[in-house]
Structures are given as C-alpha cells and as structure tokens.
Design a binder for this molecule. Structure first.
Ligand code: CAA
Length: 389
C-alpha cells in the first residue's frame, strides 16, 4: 500500500512593520488605484535590520515544532534567493537555532522563487522512501528591487515553514507533476548586487508562458481537466500576476465553476495582498491564505503553479485532508498580520538603507523594538549574532 505523503503543518512569519501602498503611491506620484488594482497590493512588509531570512524562518518554524517533532526531523531544506552567505547554508544556522538533532541533513536550495518547491518535492520523495521521517521545508526571502524602481511596489518579505510527513493533516501531495526549465534572463541578481535586475514586462510574459506549458503537460500526463480542481494557487510576486494566470485557463471551465474558482482565488490572494512578495514563500503563503479564507472540503484537489525566474516552472496538485484546519494557527496568523505597525515612506526608506554594512565591521543593531522570538543582534568577527528571547 502506498503511503500518503504531504504537508502536515504550515507556519508563517513576517515582521511587525508594513508600508501602505496608498502612501507609497502618493510619494511616487502614482495613482493609488494602479498599486491597489493594477498591481493588486494593499500593504507591503517592511523588514527591519534585526530580521533576516534565517531569523524569519526560525520564527515561522517555531510555530509548528514540538520537542517530539524536532527529534523526527531528518532534513531541513531551505529555499531562498536572499541568503546571507555564499558558502554556508542558511539551513545549518536554522537547525542550530531550532536546536535540531545533529543527525539532520541541512542544505540550502536556490532557483529564484522556485527553491521552496524544489524542497517540497525532494522532501515528499524522501518521506515516500522513509515514512517515519519528517522534513522541514522553508521558503524565506526579502524581496528588494530598489527605491523608486518599477518593482518597488512588488517588494515584501517573510518566511513559510512546512512540515512534510506521512499521513499529513493538511494536504496529500499527488505524485504527478510537470516541470519546465529554460535559460531566460527575466530576473537575476549577480553576487555583487543587493538588488535584483529585472526585465519586468518580459518576466510577466515568461511566467504566463511557463504556466501554459506545464498546465498543458500536467493535463496530458494525468488526463485531469480544470473540472477536477476546486482551486488554483499561484506564485504571487504581486496578486495581479496570479489573477492573469487564472484568467488564462478560466474560459475552459463552466460558468458556475468559473465563479467557484474565482472565489477561491480571492481567498488565496488575501494574505499576499497584505504582505507583498516573499519570493520562494509566495506560493505557500497563497496556499495558507486559501486554507484560512476559503471554504474547502476534504478530498478537494488544489492546483499549484510555482515559478522561479531564470527560469523554472512547475505545476503539481494535492488533496485537502479532513483535519486540515488543525495544521496551522489561524488565530495566531490573524493576530500577526493585524498587530503590525504602519511605517511612513520616510521610515521605510530609512530602514531600507539600514542593512548590515558590506565591509564586515563589527556592529550592534538596535534591538529594543524587536518582539519576535528570534532576531539578529549584530555582527562580530564577521559572524552574524543571533539571539532568542
Ligand atoms: N488604475 C488601475 N490600474 C492601473 C492604473 C490605474 N490608475 N494605472 C495602471 N494600471 C494597471 C495597468 O493597466 C497594468 O495592468 P495590466 O498588467 O493588467 O495591463 C498594471 O496596472 C501595471 O501597470 P504597468 O504595466 O504600467 O506597471 P509598471 O510598468 O509599473 O510595471 C511590473 C509593473 C512589470 C509588474 C513591475 O512592478 C515589475 O517589474 N515588478 C517586478 C517583476 C515581477 O514581479 N515580475 C513577475 C514575474 S517574475 C516572478 O514572478 C519572479 C519574482 O517573484 C520576481
């Protein structure tokens, strides 16, 4: 008998600061409707210097780990494109901060916004062979395009932590998936740059082309059609992007089903609209948003489109499990998002420029405002100093 494998628990963390897109539009001389409707974003997470991808991942993972689960974790697979070291994996720092067993395999995965999907699929295959094991999969990033750039409205940041296990509470992953790779220069960040280079319009076209390709191949492989799906979730660099993806396939559904899929999409973009781009974590925040705001039933099939510029696309699917609501802390996530503080554009710009300097000097960060369990206190002897409170 084949064992069911999939997502057992999901945690999410984003810092307690955000920028309102109406304020950003006014400061940039843009019509607020362009940002809110044309791009589809209401708020954008602002990441203080005391949070990086490691601390955000630790804050997300801490929500779903118990002492017993920690002893069962065989691997940590950390998807990120805004890592903190060109050699050492963020997963190793994370395993240490979370006090996981030394008998843990810990690596970082990079392919733009696709890294966490690679982690999820590798984790599922591992658990299919080792059903007693659990794998911690992370998608954590800080999306930076630069002040006053076209991409500025599509920034954000945060971390999603997923526990992959046998007999999962939330979602059984189905084995068939369709993937597609092509060497495309739509978005990249050479090692000497802190902000990405992007051909914005081109990247949106490549995203849609990849979605068409993998969706067609998935249908060919499985003989499933749009009628077999209760919802489609998308990588959401900004919510309009997923809306365009859905519109591409919607005409193939019946009018009644079109309305259901559209309602499910609205649920799946609600939290992303208030956080912004998480790069690798965006698709999984969108799935979490669907779990929180949608009206799902056990057995329903959900489609996932993952896209990482450069470029890699994948379409896969999973089945909602009966106790899915027990796999995440709905009230805690509502509080996390509701209790954030709005920053002015001036404060956002100041925080934007306050990263750890690139000269390797020792420094102490102002940690007085930091409320998260895990945070970055500074740098000593060229090593990041992490703290837990
Ligand atoms: N009211 C309502 N809507 C308005 C408006 C107004 N006053 N003014 C403009 N709009 C609409 C436009 O009609 C347009 O809508 P459609 O796309 O549906 O036609 C939308 O607002 C955006 O307008 P523009 O195309 O003029 O916007 P822009 O030139 O400022 O660029 C962008 C938009 C290309 C997405 C830019 O923000 C960008 O480069 N973002 C980063 C790249 C990105 O996210 N690419 C996504 C695919 S790559 C990926 O997914 C990986 C990743 O995470 C990076």
């Amino acid at each position: 008998m084949t064992v069911k494998v999939g997502i057992d628990k999901i945690g999410f963390y984003t810092p307690n600061l955000y920028l309102d897109m109406v304020d950003l539009a006014h400061a940039r001389g843009a019509d607020p409707a362009k940002y809110q409707v044309g791009i589809g974003q209401s708020k954008q997470a602002v990441i203080p210097p005391t949070q990086d991808v490691v601390t955000m991942a630790a804050n997300a993972a801490a929500q779903i780990l118990t002492p017993t689960i920690k002893t069962q974790i065989a691997m940590v697979l950390f998807g990120t494109e805004s890592g903190i070291d060109n050699s050492k994996a963020t997963a190793v720092y994370l395993a240490h901060l979370l006090e996981l067993s030394p008998q843990t395999r810990a690596v970082e995965l990079k392919q733009a916004c696709y890294g966490a999907t690679a982690g999820l699929q590798l984790a599922a295959d591992y658990v299919r062979v080792h059903p007693q094991a659990k794998v911690l999969v992370i998608g954590a990033d800080i999306a930076r395009y630069g002040l006053r750039t076209a991409g500025e409205v599509t920034q954000g940041g945060g971390a999603v932590a997923m526990l992959v296990a046998a007999n999962p509470q939330i979602l059984e992953l189905e084995a068939t998936s369709s993937y597609h790779t092509a060497d495309v220069m739509d978005f990249w960040r050479p090692t000497y740059r802190t902000e990405a280079l992007v051909d914005g319009k081109y990247s949106t076209n490549v995203y849609l082309d990849f979605f068409a390709a993998v969706w067609a191949d998935y249908q060919r492989q499985t003989k499933l059609t749009i009628a077999d799906f209760a919802a489609f979730t998308f990588h959401l660099p900004f919510t309009k992007m997923g809306r365009k993806g859905l519109r591409q396939i919607l005409p193939t559904a019946t009018p009644e089903h079109q309305a259901q899929l559209t309602a499910a999409f609205e649920a799946s973009q609600a939290d992303n609209r208030d956080v912004g781009n998480l790069y690798t974590g965006s698709l999984y925040l969108s799935f979490l948003s669907l779990l929180r705001h949608g009206h799902l039933q056990a057995g329903q099939r959900i489609g996932f489109f993952s896209y990482g510029s450069g470029a890699e696309g994948e379409f896969f699917s999973g089945l909602i499990q009966p106790n899915y609501r027990q796999g995440f802390d709905d009230a805690g996530l509502t509080d996390l998002l509701a209790n954030r503080r709005a920053v002015s554009v001036a404060e956002y710009e100041q925080l934007y420029n306050q990263q750890l300097s690139s000269d390797g000097q020792d420094m102490q960060l102002a940690v007085g405002q930091e409320q998260a369990p895990y945070y970055l206190a500074g740098r000593q002897h060229e090593q990041r100093v992490y703290r837990r409170q």
